[in-house]
Write a protein that binds this ligand. Structure first.
Ligand SMILES: Nc1nc2c(c(=O)[nH]1)N[C@H]1C(S)=C(S)[C@@H](COP(=O)(O)O)O[C@H]1N2
Ligand SMILES: [Mo]
Length: 321
């Protein structure tokens, strides 16, 4: 079978990445104060496309959990793994080759903060200890494109149980890897690295909140956030931080990367809602990655039956962007 992979820059609708537009504008406005200094610093760069680090073991067998139905075809793997947002590797969609420089092993993630038992987990020990399963989830990017991916992973709640959150913990903060020698995007020093995201403890405990270690039955490739990412399928994709290194339970609402960059466009909650437009474009429909289709966007990305109850008493909050 011949599958032609369109490169990010060949997709006419997305010649411009909306999220990048903001930053380029900010840079043009002279907000790039630290840029000169950062470019001057010596950055050791391994050869482009060269995988780094120790070998990644195959995933243990993972049965598909049929409770979660995508109701749409799975996006062909070459599209999902070649059209990515991962700003640490560049503010365009074609970062997959550059991301192969990320060493995926050894990998550890710290889980700490307001917990009884802070711990650092080696990724393979964690995978062996967790209830691994496959879930087919929709992913809706705030840029109005979407895909459907079979992820392998385990509920975020299963990991949090291991460290026993204290009653005072109200939020979960996700910190993702920032490795200057490996990630050329970090030289764009006007961005508030590292990439931070966050959610409430109730959202983290929701059955849909998923820690992902694989896609399409294989270990999660770096461009999709390997070796460990989170996915909240009812929220815009930017809430789902890639390549996690630290998970912190806290009593303060984390301020996320995109909130810091442009808080009027990217808020804390960022639940998918077709009726609430982004300030610069409509969210009513979405382009289906790998097809020429546009389909209506659904509230909570179609996951309202699982998550709508989380927001009933929060109508005063800016829940949708
Ligand atoms: N660390 C980090 N995580 C990130 C991003 C990023 O730039 N850096 N981009 C986000 C955005 S905007 C989206 S839409 C999803 C994209 O995931 P995918 O490449 O697997 O489709 O990752 C999210 N997680
Ligand atoms: Mo996104």
């Amino acid at each position: 079978m011949l599958i032609r992979i369109r490169r990010g820059w060949e997709i006419p609708e997305h010649q411009v990445t909306p999220e990048a537009v903001v930053l380029n504008r900010r840079a043009a406005l002279g907000l790039a104060g630290g840029l000169a200094a950062a470019t001057a610093a010596t950055i050791v760069r391994p050869a482009r496309g060269q995988p780094q680090g120790a070998a990644v073991p195959p995933l243990p067998p993972a049965a598909r959990n049929t409770r979660y139905q995508a109701e749409r075809p799975v996006t062909p793997e070459p599209y999902a793994t070649a059209y990515n947002n991962y700003y640490e590797f560049g503010s365009h969609k074609g970062i997959a080759a550059a991301a192969r420089r990320l060493p995926l092993r050894p990998w550890t993630v710290r889980v700490e903060g307001l917990v009884e038992q802070p711990r650092e987990f080696g990724l393979d020990d964690l995978i062996a200890a967790m209830p691994i399963e496959e879930r087919i989830y929709r992913l809706r990017c705030v840029e109005a494109w979407s895909m459907v991916v079979p992820w392998t992973g385990f509920p975020l709640a299963a990991l949090l149980d291991r460290v026993r959150p204290l009653a005072a913990a109200r939020y979960v903060r996700f910190e993702t890897a920032a490795i200057p020698g490996v990630m050329p995007g970090l030289r764009q020093s006007w961005y508030p690295w590292p990439y931070i995201e966050g959610c409430t403890i109730e959202e983290a405990a929701n059955e849909l909140a998923f820690l992902v270690v694989g896609a399409y039955g294989k270990p999660l490739p770096p461009q999709n956030g390997g070796p460990l990412r989170v996915h909240f399928p009812w929220k815009y994709g930017f809430k789902s931080g890639k390549s996690l290194v630290r998970i912190t339970l806290t009593d303060r609402r984390p301020r996320s990367f995109w909130e810091t960059v442009q808080g009027n466009e990217y808020g804390f909650w960022a639940n998918v809602n077709p009726e609430v437009p982004h300030p610069r474009w409509s969210q009513a429909t979405e382009r289906v990655l790998g097809t020429d289709e546009r389909i209506p966007t659904r509230i909570f990305n179609g996951y309202g039956e699982f998550v709508a109850h989380l927001y009933v008493n929060l109508q005063h909050e800016r829940l949708w962007a």
